[in-house]
Design a binder for this molecule. Structure first.
Ligand SMILES: Cc1cc2nc3c(=O)[nH]c(=O)nc-3n(C[C@H](O)[C@H](O)[C@H](O)COP(=O)(O)OP(=O)(O)OC[C@H]3O[C@@H](n4cnc5c(N)ncnc54)[C@H](O)[C@@H]3O)c2cc1C
Length: 417
């Protein structure tokens, strides 16, 4: 079957790889001149298969007023005259229920495990160079109440098969000596040895090269999809600035742009961009002491990952509109927080900054699978976890398109759920 994948971020490229491996003739269309130039470019680099709990959790409700009033909080909300922003927020609040959060956590853990298997298989089969590390993740807490909550979450996740350990402040520093200067501020941490990290952009580019080399997939960068031509309940072609491209099936994996792409077909996607920022700072061996394992500072909601001789720092969730744009004050705040946590962790003065809009659903579950059109498929809406969940999502999509049962309940990620 001829399959046309629309969008060349990590999710589209993983979809293309899995579908090409099944024997389909895959063409991926990407508007930018290179792959992974939007949200998959400089994210937090975490493959955090066990940290998939949804953003919508009852525990966030009492914190919301404080966060919204504090300019330096990890979450910022700028109200817009945009019904999409308000609808998304209402749906988010509706999802902030214990029962919903637990169910979503279990479903995302399943998808995370499928992704982990997928990443391991790819790393074994393909020569992918993406500063991949399998050395675990340490989430540190400064607030004892938050740490208690994390221990309860650990118990719940242990019942679902996760292997994690609670550590006191001294044990956190013993595990990650780069945290020494903030030891007195730490309440404790949760260590998850099975977590991984890597450069999402390099992974995406390497996976595309493997899909071409091994399975003949074609990646057409600089090809913007301007619409989808359909006849009844079938999509016939993708309209592009280089002419119409016909195929037997189409996969929409265009991140936030999936929304305007599908609106003319009457398909409404509940996505809103959660803007976040990252810094990539060079490190000099012997001179700087960056963390060796991935660290999340939960107080600031900032993640750190070492990518070779660079330190990637990422964080913040800003609901500020549909077009993410760099905010110098937020970038400066991120830099201050990084310096405070790891004073000699990197050359922060030489850091490059980036911002991106996480394509998020209100309940944090991606949209994977069928649409009301017979040959039109979705793989989008991965929010804060697109790198982590890309391989599992691609496997689920390939199963659905083949009409095969999956190891997971795919209906959890359906558009109508
Ligand atoms: C600050 C920050 C930190 C993050 N940290 C992590 C992390 O540590 N771990 C993790 O798992 N996730 C993380 N994420 C989330 C992750 O980056 C995203 O979920 C993921 O990149 C989404 O991938 P995607 O392929 O769906 O979208 P994108 O990467 O945005 O790709 C969509 C592609 O579609 C293309 N496109 C759009 N419109 C068209 C069109 N009309 N025609 C053709 N092509 C089109 C775009 O150019 C783009 O290349 C983070 C995100 C941010 C912002």
């Amino acid at each position: 079957m001829r399959v046309c994948v629309l969008g060349g971020g990590v999710v589209g490229v993983a979809s293309a790889y899995y579908l090409a491996r099944e024997g389909h003739t895959v063409t991926l269309l990407e508007a930018r001149d290179e792959l992974a130039q939007e949200t998959s470019l400089a994210n937090g680099a975490q493959l955090s298969y066990s940290y998939v709990a949804p953003l919508a959790d009852p525990a966030v409700l009492p914190k919301l007023p404080g966060w919204l009033l504090d300019r330096n909080s990890p979450l910022r909300f700028v109200p817009r005259l945009d019904w999409r922003q308000w609808t998304w927020c209402l749906e988010f609040l509706r999802a902030c229920r214990t029962g919903v959060a637990k169910k979503v956590t279990a479903q995302l853990l399943g998808l995370g495990q499928l992704s982990r298997d997928g990443v391991h298989e790819l790393v074994e089969r393909e020569a992918l160079h993406f500063n991949y590390q399998r050395n675990g993740k340490l989430v540190v807490y400064r607030d004892p109440v938050a740490f208690d909550g994390a221990r309860r979450q650990l118990e719940y996740q242990a019942s679902l098969g996760s292997r994690q350990q609670a550590l006191d402040a001294a044990a956190c520093v013993a595990l990650e000596p780069a945290l020494a200067s903030v030891q007195h501020k730490l309440a404790g941490g949760i260590h998850t040895p099975s977590e991984e990290a890597g450069d999402c952009h390099a992974f995406t580019v390497g996976l595309a090269a493997a899909a071409t080399r091994r399975f003949g997939a074609s990646f057409r960068c600089g090809t913007r999809v301007t619409g989808l031509r359909h006849a009844g309940r079938r999509v016939v072609a993708a309209r592009t600035d280089a002419g119409d491209i016909e195929a037997d099936a189409f996969v929409v994996a265009a991140g936030m742009q999936s929304v305007p792409m599908l609106a003319p077909l009457g398909v409404t996607l509940p996505l809103y961009p959660l803007t976040g920022y990252s810094l990539t700072a060079p490190t000099q061996p012997g001179h700087h002491h960056p963390p060796a394992i991935s660290v999340t500072d939960l107080h600031y909601k900032v993640v750190y990952a070492r990518l070779g001789e660079r330190l990637r720092i990422a964080g913040m969730v800003d609901l500020i509109g549909r077009h993410p744009r760099a905010d110098a004050r937020r970038v400066a705040l991120l830099a201050r927080q990084a310096r405070e946590t790891f004073p000699d962790g990197a050359n922060f003065d030489a850091a490059t900054s980036w911002c991106g809009g996480r394509p998020a659903t209100p309940d944090s579950k991606p949209l994977i699978g069928a649409t009301p059109y017979d040959n039109l498929w979705l793989n989008t809406g991965h929010g804060a976890l697109g790198f982590t969940l890309a391989c599992g999502s691609a496997a689920l999509l390939a199963d659905a398109m083949a009409g095969r049962p999956s190891s997971l309940d795919a209906s959890a990620f359906a558009l109508m759920r």
